[in-house]
Design a protein around this ligand. Structure first.
Ligand SMILES: Cc1cc2nc3c(=O)[nH]c(=O)nc-3n(C[C@H](O)[C@H](O)[C@H](O)COP(=O)(O)OP(=O)(O)OC[C@H]3O[C@@H](n4cnc5c(N)ncnc54)[C@H](O)[C@@H]3O)c2cc1C
Length: 542
């Protein structure tokens, strides 16, 4: 995005921000001091009805009746339905205004759906193994319906600001929630705030020297040159017959490469060690170095003069805007979360909860805020880990959050939590990963992701909060199928090309039956590959 474009974006954001504040001031702010019912003993606000928010709501409701009967729950979701980023944006705005979701029409899961589920709750019978996005949204809606979550979910309610009034042992949240878009703001207080706002909403946009001049010098007779983040990507057809550079090799870059490759002259700019997806019709280039008026220049000194568009599949920033803004006229004058991209503070020295846009710190187990401003259970995050199957991980995190809210004494002391956090960060450093760059990424792949979930649940078993069945939380079939994800993707591609999906899906309903299907499919595909070599994989297996 050009500096001019970026400036326009900033001005637009400012205008939106100011107009929201204006609407807030003009609106009748409804003040509800404290929980509405006198017999409420604990009040909990949850932000977001994606997989994280639904997981924590259900898990809180699962607590024994005698524990939670006098608790109040409110889940605020800014959009019209549940499902988070799996809910399409019916009217995506023009860039640079951000769409509600990065979802694009051809988005399918990049892992087999039985491995993505909340334990014990399967996708509907007949769901293709690598389903399109609408099945995943439906899954979340089914989950909300099955467990009667709707009475607690306030759709079309946007949390504008949340501030903590109190100290590190007690206090309350003051939360402003907008409803009836731009006209009404409800101010409520809560004891606990659980943030499940997702981390695929604020694009990370790198900049290179010379990009403004390159953008401003489209050759006559050619389309306006363009640099857009993958959050804006919708259809490959708009790139037909162009020359395109896709930057990045993560899941979004991979999908863009597979989809745009056949329609355009496509290059993929990748870091050393990264490779394009199997079957992608792209030419690999190293990272971009700079732009000239005519060319995109790469770090190896090569350049491309005919480029029309860049797709930046460069990931997302960790932001929680409502925590970085205190409710106006609330008497709370410092925000809970400081955004400091180039801070030198770390988990030990930070005076406030901080996001350097890649990592929110200090957090215990990626969940509880160790900010000195409030008690650890006052503020919890669900869904921050990256490179993990979200629903099962959200559920494991939610179990710890729910039990810690019910009984904060199960958590280690604040010092103990700090020690554990610093140990985790050190462990990442020893493996060559800067924790302030890799942040919430499960850099050790599936093994680390599964160990993380197992440890959360084991902890609760050891503290007598869950029955100890002697088993790991992550089931062995789920583990095995994650390992075989790429093989399964190639197998399912072959089944689809042979039109055999119905035959495979027939009669498959329970978790065990889905596990069995994946096992049979892996064996079937392996046998074929032993004879014919590796097949084609149309889906990302991460
Ligand atoms: C393109 C793409 C493809 C992916 N594919 C896969 C896949 O195949 N398999 C997989 O396991 N994972 C995949 N993921 C990872 C994905 O992030 C998770 O699957 C998961 O859905 C994230 O859930 P979440 O609840 O954490 O966040 P989200 O789904 O983003 O939900 C957050 C919710 O919070 C709401 N919210 C935010 N701020 C506010 C506010 N101020 N007030 C009220 N509500 C608010 C949002 O509206 C949203 O509904 C993909 C991610 C992307 C970007």
């Amino acid at each position: 995005m050009s500096r001019v474009f970026q400036l326009a974006f900033l001005l637009l954001s400012l205008a939106v921000c100011l107009s929201t504040q204006h609407a807030t001031r003009d609106a009748q702010t409804v003040l509800a001091a404290g929980p509405p019912h006198r017999n409420v003993t604990k009040s909990i606000a949850i932000v977001g009805a994606g997989s994280g928010g639904l997981a924590i709501l259900k898990t809180l409701l699962d607590l024994p009746e005698e524990v939670r009967s006098s608790w109040e729950f409110a889940l605020y979701e800014q959009h019209r339905d549940v499902g988070g980023l799996w809910l399409p944006d019916p009217n995506p705005p023009h860039p640079p205004a951000l769409p509600e979701t990065p979802l694009y029409p051809r988005l399918r899961t990049n892992t087999p759906h039985p491995t993505m589920t909340y334990p014990g709750f399967t996708f509907r019978p007949g769901t293709p193994l690598f389903p399109s996005h609408n099945y995943v949204q439906q899954y979340h809606a089914d989950f909300a319906q099955q467990f009667n979550l709707s009475p607690y979910i306030h759709l079309n309610h946007t949390v504008l600001a949340a501030g903590w009034r109190g100290n590190n042992t007690h206090g309350e949240w003051v939360i402003d929630v907008e409803y009836d878009v731009g006209t009404k703001v409800l101010r409520r207080s809560f004891d606990h705030l659980i943030v499940a706002n997702g981390h695929n909403h604020y694009p990370r946009i790198p900049h290179w020297p010379g990009e403004e001049d390159w953008l401003a010098n489209s050759p006559p007779g050619f389309p306006q040159r363009e640099i857009l983040h993958s959050i804006f990507y919708r259809n490959p057809e708009r790139y037909a017959n162009q020359t395109v550079v896709i930057v990045g090799g993560g899941a979004s870059g991979r999908d863009a490469a597979l989809q745009i490759g056949p329609l355009a002259k496509t290059y993929q700019s990748l870091r050393e060690g990264s490779v394009p997806p199997d079957g992608a019709q792209v030419t690999v280039k190293p990272p971009i170095s700079h732009f000239t008026n005519t060319s995109v220049v790469f770090e190896d000194g090569t350049s491309l003069t005919s480029v029309d568009s860049l797709v930046l599949a460069t990931g997302y920033e960790f932001r929680v805007p409502f925590l970085s803004q205190s409710p106006p006229e609330s008497g709370i004058d410092f925000p809970v979360l400081e955004v400091a991209p180039s801070t030198t503070a770390n988990s030990t020295t930070a005076q406030v909860l901080t996001s350097n846009l890649r990592y929110i710190f200090p957090l215990y187990e990626h969940i509880f805020s160790l900010s000195p401003a409030h008690p650890p259970t006052a503020l919890a995050f669900v869904g921050l880990p990256v490179l993990i199957a979200n629903c099962p991980s959200d559920r494991a995190q939610a179990l710890l959050v729910a039990h810690a809210i019910a009984d904060p004494t199960i958590l280690p002391s604040r010092d103990g939590m700090f020690t554990a956090l610093l140990r985790r960060e050190d462990n990442m450093r020893q493996r060559g990963y800067d924790p302030y760059v890799y942040g919430h990424k499960m850099v050790g792949g599936d093994t680390e992701a599964q160990d993380y979930q197992n440890a959360l649940v084991r902890y609760l078993k050891q503290h007598g909060k869950l029955p100890d069945d002697g088993k790991d939380y992550v089931e062995s079939w789920r583990k095995a199928s994650r390992v075989q994800s790429a093989l399964l993707a190639r197998g399912w591609t072959r089944i689809e090309s042979e039109g055999e999906q119905q035959k495979w899906l027939e009669g498959v309903e329970t978790e065990d039956e889905w596990a069995d299907l994946m096992q049979r499919l892996a064996a079937w595909q392996e046998e074929w590959e032993n004879e014919h070599g590796q097949g084609l994989d149309e889906y990302a297996a991460v």
